[in-house]
Write a protein that binds this ligand. Structure first.
Ligand code: PGA
Length: 246
């Protein structure tokens, strides 16, 4: 179901002790607002114990395999067994540094859906694709190869995060108009593939240098349902200011 939501992506930051302090601070600021923090694997159990109200704890990655001899991997079933309901998949850093392909990401989404964990599927173009005005096609291809094998029922359990790579961690944000344009395109593609009603039920988040100063104008756009926040989610005050801007 479509949700207005802010998701924090802590990436490979914080010790468990720092995470506890951050969560205690976030808890103080929020009341009934719905938010998710995607923390490192090592922090999940402690974070779930600490998170209160409508704060959920998610993971940042999952194995494409079900179980077996895959040293160092964490399966969807393992995540589910400790109470994880959301997991980021296909983040551009995983594509860039760990060579994840659209096909691998499709398999990860399948594993998560099998365990009823909501995938937060990331897509978005690098700078050269934006500069050559190929960004819509680029994102379309990512959706086709990682998502469009899903049935209508399955796709409704996926959240999408559009994150232009040139805006991640760079301080450069897509303007609300640029972001809305891609979000509308994504919703339109979903509509063509699954029908208008289904397309309107899917949450599409924007990510890439979202901060308290730019959150509100992004959230005012028709097809932007919230944000996936990296840097600004590591400070309780900026993260909660973004949540409160929804
Ligand atoms: P950023 O990261 O907010 O630091 O740009 C966003 C993300 O990578 O999800």
């Amino acid at each position: 179901m479509r949700k207005k939501i802010v998701v924090g992506n802590w990436k490979m930051n914080t010790s468990v002790e720092e995470a506890i302090n951050l969560l205690v601070d976030i808890n103080q600021f929020i009341e009934d607002e719905i938010a998710i923090v995607c923390v490192p694997f090592t922090h999940i159990v402690t974070s779930i114990e600490l998170a209160k109200n409508n704060l959920s704890v998610g993971a940042q990655n999952v194995s494409e395999y079900e179980d077996g001899a895959y040293t160092g991997e964490v399966s969807a079933r393992m995540l589910k067994s400790i109470g994880v309901d959301y997991t980021i998949v296909g983040h551009s850093e995983r594509r860039q540094f760990f060579y994840e392909t659209n096909e691998t990401i499709a398999k990860k989404i399948n594993q998560l859906l099998k365990e009823k964990v909501t995938p937060i599927f990331c897509c978005g173009e690098p700078l050269n694709e934006r500069e050559t005005e190929n960004h819509l096609k680029y994102v379309e291809n990512q959706l086709e190869q990682s998502l469009f094998h899903l049935s209508k029922e399955e796709v409704q359990n996926v959240m999408i995060a559009y994150e232009p790579i040139w805006a991640i961690g760079t301080g450069k944000t897509a303007s609300p108009k640029e972001a809305q344009n891609v979000h509308a395109h994504i919703r339109n593609l979903l509509s063509q593939k699954y029908g208008e009603n289904t397309a309107h039920e899917i949450t599409i988040l924007y990510g890439g240098s979202v901060k308290p100063e730019n959150a509100k104008e992004l959230f005012e756009c028709e097809d932007i349902d919230g944000a996936l926040v990296g840097g600004a989610s590591l400070k309780a005050e900026s993260f909660t200011d973004i949540i409160l801007a929804l």
